[in-house]
Write a protein that binds this ligand. Structure first.
Ligand code: CA
Length: 238
């Protein structure tokens, strides 16, 4: 019997409970120690040993927290941090370093670090700092938007519908988020275009094209056209 996508019991997507940590440390013993500890504490992590690899990893993967050494090969820690912030990669960054003079700390915080831990440190201290950073980041930014059968993780850019993970482009995700945040109500064309493209001009049928794509990926009746006004995400499906 073919599996129905939108009927019957719904298999909810497992909540994202894993905290994914990027560890940037060129000292092998210390890096290994941090990695082992993170795994023991049920974090998942990726450990890289130079600044260039750190930037590549952070651009490729949505991490929840970065633990960043300052003295690194290729690109130093402050350079990494500045590049991340310039790219609007806003993950919480905990700097871990032997440089503990006040100007160093101020440089780090000015460059966009969220916290500072001076080597040598106790692993319990690291655990406490990570928990605090994660709590703070959750409070600030981590947000699930739920509307009926739809769940959006606006930080991880994950979307699921009736238990299925959706494969969305960034523009589709932004459009769907704008609809989901006002599910059951009409959202104007202007508001949707703003959500997708900011103030950059768009060609006039881009919105239709993306709505069409979303209907294909969710369900043909998930998004209703309200003529002359805009679109509405149907809320009832759950
Ligand atoms: Ca180092």
């Amino acid at each position: 019997m073919p599996r129905k996508l939108h009927a019957g019991p719904i298999r909810l997507k497992r909540a994202r409970s894993n905290v994914h940590v990027l560890v940037v440390e060129d000292d092998v013993l210390l890096g290994q120690g941090i990695e082992d500890a993170l795994r023991r504490w049920s974090y998942t992590c990726e450990w890289v040993r130079d600044g260039a690899a750190a930037l590549a990893a952070a651009r490729a993967t949505a991490f929840d927290i970065a633990v960043l050494d300052l003295g690194l090969p290729k690109v130093d820690g402050l350079g990494v941090l500045k590049a991340l912030r310039r790219d609007k990669i806003l993950i919480p960054v905990l700097i871990v370093t032997a440089r503990d003079t006040l100007p160093d700390r101020i440089d780090g915080l000015d460059a966009g670090a969220d916290d500072y831990l001076v080597k040598p440190f106790h692993l319990d201290e690291l655990a406490a700092r990570l928990r605090a950073l994660h709590r703070r980041a959750n409070g600030l930014a981590h947000r699930l938007v739920e509307a009926g059968a739809l769940t959006l993780d606006t930080v991880a850019f994950d979307a699921s519908y009736a238990g299925r993970t959706l494969d969305l482009s960034r523009t589709e995700f932004l459009l769907l988020r704008a609809l989901a945040e006002r599910a059951g109500r009409v959202v104007t064309r202007a508001a949707l275009e703003q959500a997708m493209y900011g103030n950059a001009g768009v060609d006039s049928n881009a919105l239709e094209v993306h709505v069409h794509a979303l209907r294909r990926k969710l369900a043909s009746d998930a998004i209703r056209t309200v003529r002359g006004l805009g679109y509405l995400l149907v809320k009832g499906k759950s």
